[in-house]
Design a protein around this ligand. Structure first.
Ligand code: FMN
Length: 188
């Protein structure tokens, strides 16, 4: 095989590739432990399985939420939209060890069906989660949750979710294209 030409794209710092690989929406993780609630903002999550519905979440051990989630073995993943941008930033820049974030950011806690952790009413969707596997928590701060109950607003169908690219910059979900006809059956 002939030698391949070298890439002509610019070098890019590997520590910043998250800017391109982190397209998922930021979410607000709510938790409850010994009667106290908390919320943190999280961008580093990924879907791992359909059934059971598994989601991997990076919750740094420096965060107050880490111990709350670890000890209670549950949380709620809440999906904010563009109207909650300032709250999402505020929640991600403050510690629940020092304040009640529901009160500070004017959010409403609602009862879940399957977990004690509170849902955030103002979010577009709320996913009640139980800790499924903590094998990678010590090494990577990676919690694998199972979504055991999901609540989703009927409208809008395509919410304007926030996608963090670092440096204080977000993309907002926008244009939708439907190419379902091109998919193999069962691959949707
Ligand atoms: C846009 C955004 C995304 C964030 N993503 C994560 C994340 O994926 N994992 C994480 O551990 N912290 C993340 N953080 C930081 C936490 O939200 C932040 O440390 C927060 O203060 C933790 O709150 P707590 O100490 O009350 O748990 C993010 C913050 C922002 C603003």
């Amino acid at each position: 095989m002939a030698a391949l030409a070298r890439s002509r794209k610019a070098d890019f710092p590997v520590s910043r590739v998250r800017q391109y690989l982190e397209p998922g929406p930021i979410v607000l993780v709510s938790s409850r432990l010994r009667g106290k609630t908390n919320i943190m903002t999280m961008g580093w999550h990924m879907v791992l399985e359909f059934t059971p519905a598994l989601v991997g979440c990076l919750i740094s051990s420096g965060n107050h939420s880490h111990e709350m989630v670890r000890a209670s073995r549950e949380c709620v993943i809440n999906l904010p939209t563009i109207g909650l941008t300032e709250q999402a930033i505020g929640i991600g820049n403050t510690s629940g060890a020092e304040m009640d974030k529901f009160e500070r950011f004017g959010l409403t806690a609602e009862a879940g069906e399957s977990v004690d952790a509170p849902l955030i009413r103002e979010c577009h969707a709320n996913f009640e989660c139980r800790l499924h596997d903590d094998a990678m928590v010590d090494k990577y701060d990676l919690f694998i949750f199972e979504v055991v109950k999901a609540h989703v607003s009927k409208r809008p169908k395509h919410p304007e979710t926030l996608h963090y690219t670092g440096d204080g910059v977000f993309m907002v979900a926008g244009k939708v294209i439907d190419r379902s006809k091109l998919f193999r059956p069962g691959m949707l």
